[in-house]
Design a protein around this ligand. Structure first.
Ligand SMILES: [Zn+2]
Ligand SMILES: [Zn+2]
Ligand SMILES: [Zn+2]
Ligand SMILES: [Zn+2]
Ligand SMILES: [Zn+2]
Ligand SMILES: [Zn+2]
Ligand SMILES: [Zn+2]
Length: 1800
C-alpha cells in the first residue's frame, strides 16, 4: 500500500497526536465497549455510533492517507472491540481456541503475487488454468511429471486440494486430507450457538458498513448513522486512475495543478496507477476545488478528463476504514472455517424484501469502484466464498445471474480485466461440475454467447459482422468483448461424460445461439478481385481473423461435445444443416445454371467465376457441418441411425460450393491473379493455412470437399472442380491434348493457367489422399499427429519448440507430441551452443508424402531437396513416390474412384501428352510431377486392394487396365501407359526419370499379380537382372553429370575470383582478405625451438637468451594493402588494432568509490585491483598510414550517414571506435609493433645488487636536485641555485646527455596515439598527450592485462605458455615493448621522477613524500612500472651498465618485497595442520621461519606467532606463484625469449616425478591432511608440479626464494626495517578484514541455483528499493556481484553524468566500470551492457529438457542450469570480451542498435 510517499511523509507520520485525543484514547477499553455492545438493544446503531465517533478521529487527519500510525490506532480502537465482541474474551485467546478446534479445508488457496512462480501439470491438470503454488508443487507428485512453470500476473490462487482441478494427485503432502472425511461435516457444528449469533451480528453490521462505504458515491455526506459529531472544512482532492492518460500526461498535469516537484508527481502517478486513486491535495474546499479545476482543464483537451473528486475528509476516512475492515475479515476468517462460512452466509443473504445481497451489491458496483477497493474485496471473495465449497456454488449462481450486467459494466469501464470482478469467471467456470450446473440451471452457455453477440452490433445488410468501419472506440470494445470467448472456453473445457436430458436441452439451446454467431460470420469480409488498379486502401481483415482465432478452440470443443453423445450429435447435425441452408439462400446472386460435358459425362451446375465475383474466406457454418459429418462417420452414427439423419436433404454440390470457392481463391492468389488486392488478402490466405487457424478453416474446407465428392459421381465432381478453377475449357475439348499447346495468346494467362492446373491437381490429390483424420480414414488421432511430425522432420531436424510451433495446440495448449515423438524421431542433445534436435527415424521417412497438405510451397521444396539428398546418400534412386495410405472409412470409400474416373484419366493423359514436347512450354515440370504422383497414388491403391482381396477379379479398381487403353476415336491418342513409356527416355525429362521408371515397374508388377491366378506362386519382382543393369547405367550417368556440375562450378568460381580481383584493385585500401590466410601471419618465427637448446632458457638478466640477427627480423603483412613490411625502429610503423577498456574483472573491492579522474594519481596500483585498464587486440596488423586512411574513411562515412538518416552504429566513431577492417572486431586504438631492443651481452664486469643500488641511489639524488633546479628556474628565473646540494655525479652518469630517439616519425606518432588512448580511456579524461600520467597508464595497462591473462590461464587449466591464441601473444608482446618505449615520447624528467617515486617504495627516500607502504602496492604493477620506466634513467648512463642487470636486480628486490608482503598478510591460522614428514625443503622452511621471526621482531604482536616453517613456506610459495608467472609472461614478451617446453604444457616434461608436492593449506581448515599427490590433477602443468622450479629458473631466481634475502642480508635487513616502520603498515595489520591476501582468488560470476524457479521465486519477493514495497516489474540480477535491481522502470532511474539512466546502467558504472552482465529474471535472458549505449541480449545458461533456452519464459518448460554455458559466459567476462560480443551481436542484428540500453 505504501510507496514512495512513505519517505516524503515520514515527518508527518511522526506528528504529535492532539492531546485531547490522546487522553481519550488512553481511557479507551475495548473490553468495556464490547461489553456495552453485548447489552445493546440496537446493536447496529451502537456500532455505527462508535465508528462515527472514532473513524474520523483516527483516519485522514493530514495530507497523506493511511500512514502506519492510523492503522495502529484503528487496531486498538476499532478492531479490538469487534474482536472482543466476537470472541467474548481476550481476542488472542479466543482466536487461538478457534484455530485449534478448526478442521482446515484441504484447499490451499494461496493468492498469487505478481511475478510469483506458478506450476501446472501437463499430464494431470484438468485445464491449463489449474495451478499450484511453489510450496504445494514441491510437495506434490507433479514435480516428477511434465510440468509447466509460469509467472503469475497477480490474482488467482493455488488449486491444491481441489479434486476437480486435477486428474491425479490433487493434494500436496501438506494439504492431504485426514482419514476422517471432515469435508462432509458442517463447520458450524463446532461452534457454540452464542458465538454463532454474535459472529453473525457483528459480521453483518461490519460487512454492510464496508459495502456501504465502498460503494458510496457522495462526496460530502455520509450514510445514516455515520455523520460525524463535528465536521471541519477539511477536504481531499482525489485523483482517480484511468487507462486513457499516460504516465507522462499525469505527471505533467500534477506539477502544474498542485505545484509539486517532478519527483512527487511521479510518486503520485505511481500510486494512482497502482491503487486506483490518490489524494493529491489536502485542505479547505476552495483549495482542493482549485486543484481539481486545473487538472480537469489540463486533461480534457484530447480526451475525457481525468477523474477528480473533492471529497470531505470524513468520507475518505470511512472509506479507508471500510477497506481495513475487509482486510480484517480476511484475517479473522483464517482462524476458522466456521467464521468463514458465517461470513459467506452474511454476504450472500438477500435483504428482507428480496433486495440484492451485499455481495451482489459489490459486484454490481464493481466498475464504479477504484482499483484498490476492488482488489481488496476480490481478495476477500477469493479467501471466503471461493474457499467454501457450499457457498462457492451459491456465489457462482449469483455470478451467472448477474453475468450479462457485469459484462456490460466491464465493457463500459476502461480498467484492465484483471481488476474487474468478471475475471473471477475463471475460478468458477473451470470447475467442471460447476460449469455443468450453471449450464443446466442458469443457461450459462446461451447467456455468454448472446451477451457476446449483443456487443458486436455492427452488421451488413445480410446481418453479417462488419468490422471495416469500426471506430477506435468500437475496436477497443471489440478487444474487451473477447474476454467473453475466454469464459466460453472455460465452460466448455471439460466435456461431460454423462448427459442428462436437461443438459442436452440447454447445450442445444446454446448451440443455437452459437450457430447464430457463426451465421453472422459466414461470408463476412468478402473480397472481389481487383483488376486494372491496385486497391486504394488495404481493407480491414484482422478483426475477423482475431474472432476466428479466438473461436477456433471453441468450435473444436463444440464438436467434441456433440461427438460425445449420439442424440446431441444428430440434433446438432440437423441444426447445422438448417443454418447452412439458411445461409445459402442468403447469397445466391448471379448464379446461372449451365451444363458441362466432358469425356462422355455431363453435369448441371452454375456458372460462378471466382475471379470476378465475391468470395469470402469465412465459412464457419460449412466447416462446422463438415466436422460434424466426419463425427457421424467416426462414431458410426451414420450407419446405425441413418433414418434419423437428414441425409436425403443433402445436396453435395451445395455443400462443396463455398469451400471450393475458397480453395480456388487460394489457388488463384498463388497464380498471381489477385496481386492488385494488396497485402490484406495475402495475410488472410496465410492465416487460412496457418497452424493457428487451419484446423477450423483449410482442413475443414478440404474435408467438406471430401464429404461432397464421396456422395457424387467422381466425373461430376471433377467437372465442377474444373469449372470453378476456370480451367474447364482447356480440358473439355476432345483434342485438348494438342490444343492447349497452340493457345499461347497471352504469356501471363498461360503461366497463370499452369499454376492453376498444378493447384487443381494438388487439390485432387488431397481430396483422395488426406485420410489421416479419424472418421475420414481408418486411423486414430495419434496417426494424424505422427504424420504431422514426420513431415515436419522431413524438412530438417527440429528443436522441440520449433515442432511445437508447427503443430496445432488443443485448448489445453498441448500438442500431444510427447506421446508419439519417440516412435518417429530420436533426440540429439545440444553442445555448448545450439539446441537439442529431433531427427527423423529412417523407417519413418517411408511415410513421406511430397504433397502433404500442410506444406507451404517453400516447405515442400525444402523437404523435397532434403529427401532426395537422403536417398542419394543411401544409394537409392531419387524417385519420391507417394506413400502407402490407410484405408478410407466406409462413408468416404468412394473417394478412390476419383483416381480412375474418365475425367481424371483425360486430364492425366492430356498433361502427359503435352510433356512429350520439350519446347511446348505450356506444361510445367511440377505439373508433370503431380500427374506422376496421382498415377502413383492410383497404382498403390490398386496394389493395396489386390493384396487385400482373396479373389482378384473382385477388385473393381482397375487403373492399370484403364491406362493401357488407347484414346477413343476420332482422335485415337495413345494410351497413358504408352505415353509414359515414351517419356521414360525423353532427354528433357531427366529429373523425372526415376519416378517414371518406378511407375512403369509398379504397373508391371500389378499386371503380373493380376495375371496370376489365386493358385499362382506369390508375386516376385519382375526382371531383377535387367533392373540391375539399368541401375548400373544410371549410376554411371549420374556420375558423369556430377562431374559436369563440378566443372561448371569451378568455371563460375574462376569467373568470380577474377571479378573479385578487379574489385580489390579498385578498392584496395578497404579490402579485406579472408581470415584464415592471415590470422597466423604475425606469430614470430623466433618463438620456436631455439638452436642453443641445451643451455637453460632464461628470460631476464645478463644470462638471458638473445636472438641472433636473423631471428630478430620480423616481417608482417598489412591487412589493408597486403604489402609485406619488416618491423624496424626506423621503418614505417605497423600497428595492431586494439581495444582498451576499463575493467573490474579482478577487483577484490567493488565498494571502492571511483576516483576523481582529474586529480587521481595512478602510479601505484592497490593490491585489491579495484580498477584496471585492459588492452585487447584481434591481432590484425596494418600500416599506420593505411589504418589512418581507413579510419578517416570510416569517419567520413559516419558523417554522411548521420546527415542522411539517424541510424546508430555499433561503434562510436567520435570516441575513436572503429571495427577492425578484417574481422569487424570492435577497436578503439592501435598499438604500434616494435622490434626487440638491441642489447648485446655486455662483457664488462657488472655490479652486484649492492653496488647497483648505491649507484642508482646516487643517480636518484642527482636527479632530485636537477629536477628541483629545473623547477626553480622555471618558477623563478632569478634563483641561481646556490642552495643546491652538490652530489658527486656517479661515474658515467651524464645529466646533460639527451638520448637519441631511435624511432621513425611514424612510429613516434603511433606511440603517442596509443599512449593517449590508454590514458583517455583508463582515466576517463580528455586526451592530453603532455600529461605526465600517460606513461603510467600504459605501464599499468600492460601489467593489468598480463595479470588478467595469467589468471585466465590458471582458471582454464592451461599451461603458462603456448596456449594463448597468437592474437593475444602479439598483443602482449606489443604492449610490453610499447611500454618500454613509451618514455621516448614523454618528458624525460617526468618519467624519471616516476621511477624515483616507484623506487621509494622499496628504498625509502626522504625526498619522496607520501610513499605508500608495501601493503598498499600491487607488486606486479610495481615491477612492470619499474622495469619500463628505468630506461629513462639508464639512458643517461654511459658507464656500460647493462640494462639487463638492472632488470634482474629490480626483479629480485620486488620479489623480496612481495615475499614480505605475503608473510605479513597471508599467513592463516592453519597451524594445527600436520607437517609433511621427511621434509625435502628443510632449508627453505628454516629460512622462511627466520624471516618471519625477523618480521615479528619488528612488528611484535601485530603478527601472530607461527612456528611451522613448513606451513609458512607453502603459504609463500602459493602466494607468490601468480606474481612469478606474471613476471615470466612479462619478460618473455618483452625480450622475445623462447619458452621452455615444460612451461608450454609439453607432456613429456611435466610427467617427470614431482619432487615437491605443493598443497593449498587453506582448503583444508579441518586440519585433515590431503592425501599427498592425489590432490593434484594430472593435467599438464597444474600449478605446482615442476612448474615452480621451471618458472624460477626461467626468471633466473633460486628456487629457494629466501636466498634472495639471505644472500644480501646486510642490504635487505635495513630495507625490511624501513618497510615495517612505515606508519600505515601497522594500521593495516590491525584491520585484517580489509587485508588483501595472496594468492588472490579469481573472481567468479555468482552461483546460480540449479532450478530456475528458485530464481523466479527470489525475484517475486524482490521489491523496488526506491518505491518502498512495490513489486519490481523487471527484476534483474547482476551476475558479477549478485545485486538484484529494479530495471527498466521510472522509479529507479538515476542521473549519471547528466543523463537519466536505468538501474542496470547505473549499476554497471559502480560494479563493472561500465561493463555489466545481468540476468533478467522474468525474461530468462542474459543482458550484456557496455557504456550507456551498447548492449545485447545473450542466451541464458538455463535449458529445458529439450536442450533449449526459453527467452521470455513463454513455453514454461522446467529450466535447469547448464554449467558449461554459464562457464562460457564467465569466460567471456574474464577475458574481457563482453564489449566485443555486444559489437558482434549488434553488427549481426541492427535492431539491437536502436534499443535504449541506458534505460534498462
Ligand atoms: Zn498452494
Ligand atoms: Zn498444497
Ligand atoms: Zn501431474
Ligand atoms: Zn598497408
Ligand atoms: Zn581484426
Ligand atoms: Zn554488480
Ligand atoms: Zn524501482
Amino acid at each position: 500500500m505504501r510507496t514512495s510517499e512513505v519517505n516524503m511523509a515520514a515527518a508527518e507520520t511522526d506528528r504529535e497526536l492532539p492531546s485531547a485525543l490522546c487522553s481519550e484514547f488512553l481511557n479507551f477499553s475495548a473490553k468495556d465497549t464490547a461489553a456495552k455492545w453485548l447489552q445493546a438493544t440496537d446493536l447496529p446503531n451502537e456500532v455505527y455510533q462508535h465508528l462515527a465517533r472514532y473513524v474520523p478521529k483516527i483516519y485522514c487527519l493530514g495530507p497523506n492517507l493511511n500512514p502506519q500510525s492510523e492503522d495502529l490506532l484503528a487496531q486498538l480502537l476499532l478492531q479490538a472491540p469487534l474482536e472482543w465482541y466476537l470472541c467474548g474474551e481476550e481476542p488472542s485467546v479466543g482466536l487461538a481456541k478457534l484455530e485449534q478446534s478448526n478442521q482446515p479445508s484441504q484447499l490451499c488457496g494461496h493468492v498469487f503475487k505478481v511475478g510469483e512462480p506458478t506450476y501446472s501439470c501437463r499430464e494431470c491438470a484438468a485445464d491449463p488454468t489449474c495451478v499450484l503454488c511453489m510450496q504445494c508443487f514441491l510437495g506434490s507428485v507433479h514435480k516428477e511429471h511434465r510440468y509447466r512453470m509460469t509467472t503469475s500476473g497477480g490474482g488467482g490462487f493455488c488449486d491444491c486440494g481441489d479434486t476437480e482441478a486435477w486428474k491425479k494427485g490433487p493434494y500436496c503432502q501438506k494439504h492431504e486430507p485426514n482419514i476422517s472425511d471432515s469435508s462432509q461435516e458442517d463447520p458450524l457444528a463446532n461452534l457454540s450457538a452464542d458465538m454463532i449469533a454474535r459472529t453473525y451480528n457483528i459480521f453483518s453490521i461490519m460487512l454492510r458498513y464496508a459495502v456501504d462505504m465502498l460503494t458510496w458515491d457522495k462526496e460530502e455526506e455520509l450514510p445514516q448513522g455515520l455523520e460525524p459529531p463535528e465536521r471541519g472544512d477539511t477536504y481531499y482532492c482525489m485523483l482517480f486512475n484511468d487507462e486513457v492518460h499516460t504516465y507522462e500526461q499525469v505527471i505533467y498535469t500534477l506539477q502544474k495543478a498542485v505545484n509539486c516537484t517532478q519527483k512527487e508527481a511521479v510518486s503520485f502517478a505511481t500510486t494512482v496507477d497502482r491503487d486506483g486513486r490518490k489524494s493529491v491535495r489536502y485542505g479547505d474546499f476552495q483549495f482542493c476545488e482549485q486543484a481539481k479545476s486545473v487538472i480537469v482543464r489540463n486533461t480534457s483537451r484530447q480526451s475525457k478528463p481525468l477523474r477528480v473528486q473533492v471529497m470531505h475528509s470524513s468520507v475518505v476516512a470511512h472509506q479507508c476504514f471500510a477497506l481495513k475492515a475487509l482486510t480484517w475479515f480476511s484475517h479473522v476468517i483464517r482462524y476458522s472455517d466456521a467464521l468463514r462460512r458465517i461470513l459467506c452466509q452474511v454476504g450472500l443473504q438477500k435483504g428482507p424484501e428480496g433486495e440484492n445481497s451485499l455481495v451482489d451489491t459489490l459486484m454490481l458496483c464493481d466498475s464504479k469502484m477504484w482499483k484498490g477497493a476492488r482488489n481488496v474485496y476480490h481478495q476477500l471473495v477469493m479467501s471466503s466464498l471461493l474457499m467454501d465449497l457450499k457457498y462457492k456454488k451459491l456465489f457462482a449462481i449469483q455470478f451467472a445471474k448477474n453475468y450479462q450486467r457485469l459484462q456490460t459494466d466491464f465493457m463500459e469501464d476502461d480498467h484492465e480485466r484483471l481488476v474487474s470482478v468478471t475475471s473471477l469467471s475463471v475460478q468458477l467456470f473451470t470447475v467442471p461440475t460447476m460449469a455443468r450446473m450453471l449450464i443446466t440451471e442458469e443457461n450459462l452457455l446461451t447467456t455468454i454467447i448472446r451477451t457476446f453477440v449483443d456487443h458486436l452490433r455492427h452488421r451488413d445488410l445480410q446481418g453479417r459482422f462488419q468490422f471495416e468501419r469500426y471506430t477506435a472506440q468500437q475496436a477497443f470494445k471489440f478487444r474487451r468483448v473477447q474476454s467473453l470467448l475466454g469464459d466460453l472456453k472455460y465452460v466448455l473445457i471439460s466435456r461431460p461424460t454423462e448427459w442428462t436430458d436437461k443438459l442436452r436441452e440447454k447445450f442445444l439451446e446454446g448451440l443455437d445461439a452459437f450457430l447464430e454467431l457463426m451465421k453472422c460470420m459466414q461470408g463476412m469480409d468478402p473480397v472481389v478481385r481487383q483488376v486494372g488498379q491496385h486497391i486504394e486502401m488495404e481493407p480491414e481483415w484482422e478483426a475477423a481473423f482475431t474472432l476466428q482465432m479466438k473461436l477456433t478452440h471453441i468450435i473444436s470443443m463444440m464438436q467434441e461435445w456433440c461427438g460425445s453423445d449420439e442424440r446431441v450429435l444428430i440434433e446438432a447435425y440437423k441444426k447445422c444443416l438448417t443454418a447452412l441452408t439458411h445461409c445459402h439462400s442468403g447469397f445466391a446472386d448471379g448464379e446461372q445454371p449451365i451444363t458441362l460435358s466432358m469425356c462422355g459425362h455431363s453435369v448441371d451446375t452454375i456458372r460462378y467465376c471466382i475471379s470476378q465475383e465475391k468470395v469470402s474466406i469465412h465459412l464457419p457454418v460449412s466447416r462446422l457441418l463438415a466436422g460434424l459429418h466426419v463425427l457421424l462417420s467416426k462414431s458410426e452414427v451414420a450407419y446405425r441411425f441413418p433414418e434419423q439423419l437428414p441425409l436425403s436433404e443433402l445436396s453435395p454440390p451445395m455443400l462443396i460450393e463455398h469451400p471450393l470457392r475458397c480453395l480456388v481463391l487460394c489457388a488463384q492468389v498463388h497464380a498471381g491473379m489477385w496481386r492488385r488486392n494488396g497485402f490484406s488478402l495475402v495475410n488472410q490466405i496465410y492465416y487460412y493455412h496457418n497452424v493457428k487457424c487451419r484446423v477450423e478453416m483449410f482442413d475443414k474446407d478440404l474435408m467438406m470437399l471430401q464429404v461432397g465428392a464421396s456422395m457424387m459421381d467422381p466425373n461430376h465432381f471433377l467437372m465442377i472442380l474444373l469449372s470453378r478453377f476456370e480451367l474447364f475449357h482447356i480440358f473439355s475439348s476432345a483434342d485438348c491434348r494438342k490444343r492447349y499447346n497452340r493457345e499461347s495468346a497471352n504469356k501471363d494467362v498461360v503461366q497463370q493457367n499452369s499454376t492453376l492446373i498444378e493447384e487443381m491437381l494438388h487439390l485432387i490429390m488431397m481430396v483422395v489422399g488426406e485420410r489421416f483424420v479419424a472418421g475420414v480414414g481408418q486411423v486414430d488421432s495419434w496417426d494424424e499427429l505422427k504424420r504431422e511430425i514426420i513431415h515436419q522432420l522431413c524438412i530438417r531436424p527440429m528443436a522441440h519448440s520449433e515442432l511445437v510451433k508447427a503443430l496445432p495446440e488443443n485448448e489445453n495448449k498441448e500438442t500431444g507430441m510427447e506421446k508419439v515423438i519417440d516412435s518417429v524421431a530420436s533426440f540429439k542433445k545440444p553442445g555448448v551452443t545450439g539446441r537439442g534436435l529431433y531427427e527423423l527415424r529412417p523407417e519413418s521417412a517411408k511415410q513421406f508424402n511430397l504433397y502433404f497438405h500442410h506444406y507451404s510451397r517453400a516447405d515442400q521444396s525444402k523437404a523435397e531437396e532434403a529427401q532426395r539428398k537422403l536417398k542419394r546418400q543411401n544409394g537409392e534412386d531419387s524417385a519420391l513416390p507417394p506413400p502407402v495410405l490407410p484405408p478410407l472409412c466406409p462413408l468416404f470409400a468412394s473417394l478412390v474412384n476419383i483416381l480412375q474416373c474418365d475425367v481424371l484419366l483425360g486430364m492425366l493423359g492430356a498433361v502427359l501428352q503435352w510433356a512429350t514436347e520439350p519446347s511446348g512450354g505450356h506444361w510445367s515440370e511440377s505439373m508433370l510431377q503431380r500427374v506422376l504422383h496421382l498415377i502413383g497414388m492410383a497404382l498403390l491403391e490398386e496394389q493395396q486392394q489386390l493384396e487385400g482381396a482373396v479373389d482378384h477379379s473382385e477388385v473393381t479398381f482397375n487403373f492399370t487396365l484403364k491406362i493401357s487403353r488407347p484414346g477413343e476415336a476420332p482422335s485415337n491418342t495413345p494410351s497413358i501407359l504408352a505415353v509414359l513409356e515414351t517419356l521414360q527416355n525423353a532427354p528433357h525429362l531427366e529429373v523425372h526419370k526415376d519416378m517414371i521408371r518406378w511407375t512403369l515397374q509398379t504397373v508391371a508388377s500389378i499386371k503380373t499379380t493380376r495375371e496370376r491366378t489365386a493358385a499362382a506362386p506369390p508375386p516376385e519382382r519382375a526382371g531383377g537382372c535387367q533392373e540391375e543393369t539399368v541401375r548400373d547405367k544410371d549410376k554411371a550417368e549420374r556420375k558423369r553429370k556430377a562431374e559436369m556440375a563440378r566443372l561448371r562450378r569451378e568455371k563460375i568460381m574462376a569467373q568470380m575470383s577474377e571479378m573479385q580481383r578487379h574489385f580489390i584493385n579498385e578498392n584496395k585500401e578497404l579490402f579485406q582478405q579472408s581470415l584464415e590466410e592471415l590470422d597466423a601471419s604475425t606469430s614470430t618465427a623466433l618463438e620456436h625451438s631455439p638452436s642453443s637448446w641445451d643451455s637453460v632458457l632464461v628470460c631476464v638478466g645478463p644470462r638471458r637468451w638473445r636472438a641472433g640477427g636473423g631471428e630478430r627480423r620480423q616481417v608482417v603483412t598489412c591487412i589493408l594493402c597486403q604489402e609485406e613490411q619488416e618491423i624496424r625502429a626506423d621503418g614505417r610503423a605497423m600497428v595492431l588494432a586494439a581495444f582498451i577498456q576499463r575493467s573490474t574483472v579482478m577487483s577484490k573491492n567493488r565498494k571502492r568509490p571511483p576516483h576523481d579522474p582529474e586529480s587521481y594519481d595512478p602510479l601505484f596500483m592497490h593490491p585489491d585491483l579495484s580498477f584496471g585498464t585492459h588492452t585487447g587486440s584481434c591481432g590484425h596488423i596494418m600500416h599506420s598510414h593505411c589504418w589512418q586512411r581507413y579510419f578517416e574513411a570510416v569517419q567520413a562515412k559516419e558523417q554522411r550517414r548521420q546527415q542522411r538518416l539517424r541510424v546508430h552504429t555499433s561503434y562510436d566513431v567520435e570516441n575513436g571506435e572503429f571495427l577492425c577492417p578484417l574481422c569487424e572486431c570492435l577497436s578503439n586504438t592501435v598499438i604500434p609493433l616494435l622490434p626487440l631492443t638491441k642489447t648485446s651481452c655486455s662483457n664488462s664486469e657488472q655490479p652486484g645488487v649492492m653496488q647497483w643500488l648505491s649507484t642508482t641511489s646516487q643517480q636518484i639524488r642527482v636527479l632530485h636536485s636537477a629536477h628541483r633546479r629545473a623547477k626553480a628556474t622555471s618558477a623563478a628565473e632569478t634563483g641561481d641555485g646556490e642552495s643546491m646540494e652538490t652530489h658527486p655525479l656517479p661515474e658515467g652518469f651524464r645529466l646533460d646527455h639527451t638520448p637519441v630517439n631511435p624511432y621513425s616519425s611514424s612510429i613516434k606518432e603511433m606511440l603517442t596515439t596509443f599512449g593517449t588512448a590508454t590514458y583517455k580511456v583508463g582515466l576517463k579524461v580528455h586526451p592530453n598527450e603532455q600529461d605526465p600520467r600517460v606513461p603510467i597508464m600504459c605501464w599499468a595497462s600492460c601489467a593489468y592485462t598480463i595479470q588478467s591473462v595469467e589468471r585466465l590461464l590458471v582458471d582454464e587449466d592451461k599451461p603458462l605458455f603456448g596456449s594463448l591464441p597468437c592474437r593475444q601473444d602479439d598483443c602482449l608482446s606489443s604492449l610490453a615493448r610499447f611500454g618500454s618505449a613509451c618514455w621516448t615520447v614523454s618528458s624525460l624528467a617526468a618519467v624519471q621522477s616516476h621511477f624515483i617515486r616507484l623506487m621509494a617504495v622499496l628504498l625509502p627516500d626522504p625526498q619522496v613524500e607520501n610513499s605508500p607502504c608495501i601493503l598498499h602496492v600491487d607488486m606486479f604493477h610495481l615491477l612492470v612500472s619499474l622495469v619500463l620506466s628505468y630506461p629513462a634513467v639508464h639512458c643517461q648512463d654511459s658507464s656500460g651498465l647493462s640494462i639487463d642487470v638492472a632488470q634482474l636486480h629490480l626483479l629480485h628486490l620486488v620479489t623480496v618485497a612481495h615475499l614480505v608482503q605475503i608473510l605479513l598478510t597471508s599467513v592463516q591460522v592453519e597451524l594445527t595442520m600436520e607437517q609433511e614428514s621427511g621434509g625435502v625443503e628443510e632449508e627453505e622452511e628454516e629460512s622462511v621461519c627466520l624471516l618471519y621471526n625477523t618480521l615479528r621482531s619488528h612488528l611484535g604482536s601485530a603478527l601472530r606467532e607461527v612456528s611451522s616453517g613448513w606451513h609458512l613456506w607453502r603459504t609463500v610459495r602459493l602466494g607468490i606463484l601468480p606474481f612469478l608467472r606474471g613476471a615470466a609472461l612479462f619478460f618473455h614478451h618483452l625480450h622475445g625469449v623462447p619458452t621452455p617446453p615444460e612451461l608450454s604444457g609439453n607432456p613429456s616434461a611435466s610427467s617427470r616425478p614431482p619432487s615437491l608436492p605443493l598443497r593449498t593449506p587453506c582448503q583444508n581448515p579441518g586440519g585433515a591432511r590431503p592425501t599427498c599427490l592425489m590432490a593434484f590433477s594430472p593435467a599438464p602443468l597444474a600449478p605446482g608440479v615442476g612448474e615452480w622450479e621451471m618458472v624460477c629458473a626461467y626468471l633466473s631466481l633460486p628456487s629457494n626464494l629466501l636466498q634472495l634475502f639471505y644472500n644480501h642480508q646486510e642490504l635487505l635487513q635495513p630495507l625490511l626495517q624501513g618497510w615495517c616502520s612505515h606508519p600505515s603498515l601497522r594500521q593495516c595489520l590491525r584491520s585484517p578484514e580489509t587485508l588483501i591476501r595472496f594468492p588472490r582468488e579469481s573472481n567468479k560470476l555468482i552461483e546460480l541455483p540449479e532450478d530456475y524457479s528458485a530464481l523466479i521465486n527470489q525475484a517475486s519477493s524482490f521489491t523496488c528499493p526506491k518505491s518502498g514495497g512495490d513489486k519490481s516489474r523487471a527484476p534483474t540480477l547482476c551476475l558479477v556481484c549478485g545485486t538484484m535491481l529494479c530495471s527498466q522502470s521510472y522509479c529507479c532511474q538515476t542521473e549519471l553524468e547528466g543523463e537519466d539512466v536505468g538501474a542496470c546502467t547505473a549499476h554497471t558504472f559502480a560494479c563493472g566500470s561500465g561493463v555489466g552482465i545481468f540476468l533478467r529474471v522474468r525474461e530468462s535472458q542474459v543482458l550484456f551492457l557496455a557504456g550507456k549505449t551498447k548492449g545485447c541480449f545473450y542466451a541464458p545458461p538455463y535449458l529445458d529438457d529439450y536442450g533449449e533456452t526459453d527467452q521470455g519464459l513463454r513455453r514454461g518448460n522446467p529450466l535447469h542450469l547448464c554449467r558449461e554455458r554459464y562457464r562460457k559466459i564467465q569466460k567471456l567476462w574474464r577475458q574481457h570480451s563482453i564489449t566485443e560480443e555486444i559489437g558482434h551481436a549488434q553488427e549481426a542484428n541492427q535492431t539491437l542498435v536502436g534499443i535504449d540500453w541506458q534505460h534498462l
